[in-house]
Design a protein around this ligand. Structure first.
Ligand SMILES: NC(=O)CCC(=O)C(=O)O
Length: 280
């Protein structure tokens, strides 16, 4: 019989200039969440490096040999949890990516997601950010199977704005979508929660986001507010901007009830419209 409920933990940790300290902090928070019964633990976007195009090259690692992945693998194994390693700047074949790795309770690498939609925006007088100045985009959908419990889809931050990605994950059987992210002080208050609720409600899935804690002295000030939204579109767990751990019970029976009560999946008019998946 498969398990219908599990505890998810989002680690909203402070991220500073020292990679070593960032990794130690992450390991400490992972242990705390596991000790509190979390089965799946998620770190924020860019948890080992300050977030900014000027930092990515310096902090980037190769996945196979980098100290961040070694630390994540060890933490997953020691605590016997599924671990989504937020994201890190990755170097591979002469290119840089914003990359999330997923680890199983035996410390093995289960999945790798390279941010598909790069964060390039320009809101005059507020924020201009161009990830594409230095990063390359990933080209793959990424999901992983959490034992016999549930399939989980991964996106990184700006990926959450693209409804089609979430729709395809849901269609492929994902019941939880995880977005390590770092929205900012302009788009955070306006869109962070709205996007999560939209993705959750449209697809009748759980959606969770993990942000770094806010640091007013950073060049990029993160919004924080890591949250979990239910398939009903309700925020079931959240926090403010400070360092904290957000816990939520993911209840797959509840998800199934909502899907039976409001059966939009079966009511789609695919004779009239369709979202097409062009890659794996
Ligand atoms: N790191 C990101 O992708 C930030 C995305 C963001 O802030 C947005 O508004 O979208």
């Amino acid at each position: 019989m498969s398990i219908a409920k599990f505890k998810l933990a989002l680690l909203q940790i402070a991220v500073g200039a020292s990679k070593t300290e960032n990794l130690l902090r992450a390991s400490r928070f992972i242990k705390e969440a596991a000790d509190k019964g979390a089965h799946l633990v998620t770190l924020p976007e860019c948890f080992n490096s300050p977030y900014g195009t000027g930092y990515f090259a310096e902090y980037a690692e190769q996945l196979e040999t980098g100290e961040s992945c070694l630390a994540l693998s060890a933490a997953a194994k020691e605590n016997k949890i599924y671990l989504v390693g937020g994201s890190i700047p990755e170097k591979k074949d002469g290119k840089l990516y914003n990359t999330s790795t997923v680890w199983g309770p035996d410390g093995g690498l289960l999945a790798v997601h390279r941010k598909v939609h790069l964060f390039d925006i320009d809101i005059p007088g507020k924020i201009k950010f161009q990830e594409s100045e230095i990063l390359s985009p990933g080209n793959e959908f990424t999901s992983f199977q959490m034992g016999d419990v549930c399939k989980v889809g991964i996106g990184i931050c700006y990926d959450m704005r693209f409804a089609e990605l979430a729709q395809i994950y849901a269609r492929n059987g994902c019941k939880l979508l995880l977005y390590p992210g770092a929205f900012n002080m302009t788009t955070g208050p306006a869109h962070w929660e709205l996007l999560q609720r939209g993705r959750a409600l449209d697809n009748q899935v759980y959606v969770a986001t993990a942000s770094p804690a806010r640091s007013e002295s950073s060049s990029y000030v993160a919004w924080g507010h890591s949250s979990v939204v239910s398939p009903w579109g309700e925020v079931i767990a959240t926090t403010d901007e400070k360092e904290s751990i957000v816990y939520a019970d993911i209840d797959l029976d509840h998800l199934q009830q909502i899907r039976s009560q409001i059966p939009v999946t079966h009511q789609r008019r695919s004779d009239m419209y369709e979202v097409i998946q062009k890659k794996n």
